[in-house]
Structures are given as C-alpha cells and as structure tokens.
Ligand binder design. Structure first.
Ligand SMILES: O=C(O)CCC(=O)C(=O)O
Length: 291
C-alpha cells in the first residue's frame, strides 16, 4: 500500500503542486510513489489542464516531497535568467526578453561590434555561397526555394575568434562546447529570406538518420545578429506570433526540444525577407552528443 499523502512532510512548500487542487496533488504523488515515470506523467498532465512548465515544476515539488531523485528532466542547453544582466565569462549581456515555454531568450551585447565585423570579414575571406538545406529524405544538402540567403561555415574552433564566441555561448547555455556544430554565417540581401522551418531533425524521416548519427538531435539554436538592418529581416516564430528584430551584437537563443527532449513544435522559425539593408547572422546549433 502506498504511504498516505497526508503523512508526507506537509511543511515543504508545494505551491505549484497544490495549484490545481487536492485531486491533482494526490494523482501526482500517488503515481510517483507507484513508480510512474515523470516524463509520462508530464505528457498526461499537459494533455489535461496543465501547461508544461507548471506541470514540470509540480513534479519537481512532488519528487522533493517524496525524496525521490529529481534528475528526470531532459538534459538540454538552457539559459537561466535570474537577473537582467548575464555574466558570459568575458562580457556581460543584457536580457531583453525571456519566454519559458518554449524557451526563448533574447540577449543584447552578446557580441561586441568589433567581434561582429571580424566574424563577417573571416566569413568573406572563406567565401559566401548560396545556402542549402538538409533534404529530409536523402540527408544531403540541397538548394531550396524557401532559402534564398547565401552563407559560409566555420568548423568548430576554426580560429581564436570563433573559439572565443563558441566558448561564451556554451558557458551561458550550460552546454559543452564539444556538443555543437561550427558557426554558420548567413547573409541576406533585400528580398532574401529563410522560410519557416524547424532546426531539429525529424526522427521519422529517412534522411535524418545520417544527421542524427553524428552528434544526435539538435537541442538548441543561437542566432547572432552581426549587422543592423534598416527594414525587415526579423527572426519570426509564426506559431507564437513573435518577431525578433535584428540588432548588431544581439542574439536570440531558442530550445529545439521541449522539457522531455521531444522536438519542440513551437520552435518553428524563419528569417523574414529583408526589405532594406543587409542582414548577416551567425547560427550556432547545439547537439545532444559530441559533434
Ligand atoms: O535568419 C534568421 O533570422 C534565422 C536563421 C535560421 O532560421 C536558421 O539558421 O535556422
């Protein structure tokens, strides 16, 4: 027989666990005591009245109450924003916007103006070519109508400049620098865009196997803005109705997977057409495993 819920240390704060009433509290505690997996319970809870962050918090509170291990959350890059300024190790960025679910954080002053210019110069020295996309069926890089930008790739740690920026991004998102692809530079002239897409690889598509075999799933994305853009060129999240306007030195981070590690449907995003000016961004993708 399970321990009666009333006998569990009532002094522990369970604000979130209690927020949907006694029946939910009992359901959560009872199922955890029976050995149900928190991830499965999270799915059941979010299919009913809970939103994912609150449900996850309620599960954490219940696990603490039951003195059960609390390491059930999927491990993924995550930016904590306890204050409006974020110490990046070698500089301080300012938090301008933060969304919990899906996790999106907009940071200003992530790169200095000089760092942006140097990254562009280094990319131009390598050569900027028409961008491609990964074909879901074949796993090959192919041209695509939805992506009219041009770009260039750095390998991870290719030079000191790139390595310093990667180290900073890894530090603020608490994710190893080894678990990431090299920076990708994208350049958009007026009229060019990147239509809405997901950065995660769809495990059900044959072409994803090749991508997933090296480094596993993409878990988090940074888009770093290397230029100011006069009009257009925002990073759009159509499902959320959110648009991030480019600003030189700023960067947006978003999670590609949810709390349970599943592809985040709300991470649908794209680069809207540039109307006036030139938009140049650096994209940094963080992987599940060493890449
Ligand atoms: O250009 C942007 O704002 C977004 C870039 C993007 O969607 C990507 O690189 O996956």
């Amino acid at each position: 027989m399970s321990t009666p819920v009333a006998k569990l240390e009532p002094t522990l704060s369970c604000t979130t666990l209690d927020s949907k009433g006694a029946t939910w509290r009992e359901w959560v505690l009872d199922n955890l005591q029976r050995g149900c997996k928190p991830q499965t319970m999270l799915e059941n809870m979010t299919a009913k009245v809970w939103d994912i962050e609150t449900a996850a918090q309620a599960l954490d509170e219940a696990l603490a109450l039951l003195k059960q291990p609390s390491d059930w959350r999927s491990s993924r890059p995550y930016i904590n924003t306890p204050a409006n300024y974020l110490d990046c190790g070698d500089r301080v960025a300012q938090v301008l916007f933060s969304l919990l679910n899906p996790r999106i954080v907009l940071l200003d002053n992530l790169l200095s103006q000089q760092e942006c210019d140097t990254l562009i110069e280094l990319a131009e020295q390598k050569g900027i070519k028409k961008s491609s996309v990964v074909d879901h069926e074949s796993g090959q890089f192919v041209d695509h109508d939805g992506r009219s930008s041009s770009g260039s790739y750095f390998t991870r740690g290719e030079n000191e400049h790139v390595a310093r920026i990667e180290k900073r991004l890894a530090a603020i998102s608490d994710w190893p620098v080894t678990h990431a692809e090299g920076l990708q530079i994208l350049k958009y002239e007026p009229g060019q865009e990147y239509r809405p897409h997901f950065d995660w690889f769809d495990p059900s598509k044959p072409g994803s196997a090749k991508q997933l075999a090296r480094g596993g799933q993409r878990l988090g994305t940074f888009v770093l803005y290397l230029t100011d853009v006069e009009a257009g060129g925002g990073t759009i999240f159509p499902t959320l109705g959110v648009e991030v306007c480019p600003r030189k030195g700023a960067g947006v981070f978003f999670a590609d997977v949810d709390e349970t590690g599943k592809p985040e449907q709300k991470s649908l995003h794209g680069g809207s057409p540039v109307i006036k000016g030139t938009k140049i961004v650096a994209t940094y993708w963080q992987r599940e495993n060493s890449y």
